[in-house]
Design a protein around this ligand. Structure first.
Ligand code: PNS
Length: 166
């Protein structure tokens, strides 16, 4: 069976992301969740915090590991012998973005492939940005992020979310 990588900023990791990882773990022999560690990108959570959040959320899945990466995704794939990138799509806008990324990645490394999971309806409205926005206004984020990470996200966004413009 093939191996897959689900890469992203995960700032923060949502229940929509978790659903994709759980589904991918049933299809791939090994799934890597790769947290982008890019100092150019302003995030609410440090790379270490994001890795820890994903780790807590996927701890029950035996064939899932969490790593962080910077640079090109295909280089990370080559380094870990990973066959496919795993992506989730919620909308037509996501599709257009993903199509471009899939084409760039396969041009960089023709041996790789991209496998897309369609978001299930109950997760289609969830994004990391929506989570941060709601939490920064003190609104309920129950069900939008894994329960194990909820209090950390609520605290962080309540304390400095709006001032710092996350
Ligand atoms: O959280 P996102 O925006 O969905 O994650 C996008 C990500 C990290 C998968 C993408 O930006 C990426 O692969 N970045 C690494 C740099 C790279 O390989 N770029 C070429 C592909 S467009």
């Amino acid at each position: 069976m093939a191996t897959g990588i689900f890469a992203g900023s995960f700032d923060p990791f949502t229940t929509g992301h978790l659903d994709i990882v759980e589904r991918a773990a049933r299809v791939f022999s090994e799934v890597y969740v790769a947290v982008l560690n890019n100092s150019q990108k302003r995030c609410a959570f440090s790379p270490q915090e994001r890795v820890a959040q994903v780790d807590r959320a996927v701890s029950a899945l035996p064939n899932v590991s969490v790593i962080s990466f910077n640079g090109l995704l295909v280089e990370c794939m080559r380094e870990h012998n990973i066959d496919c990138t795993i992506r989730g799509i919620r909308s037509a806008a996501d599709f257009d973005y993903e199509r471009g990324m899939a084409q760039v990645n396969s041009q960089l490394w023709p041996e790789m492939d991209t496998v897309v999971f369609l978001a299930r309806p109950r997760y289609m409205h969830i994004s990391s940005s929506i989570v941060k926005e709601l939490a920064s206004y003190g609104a309920c984020i129950d069900g939008l992020v894994p329960k194990v990470n909820e209090s950390e996200i609520v605290e962080r966004m309540r304390n400095n979310g709006r001032e710092r413009g996350f």
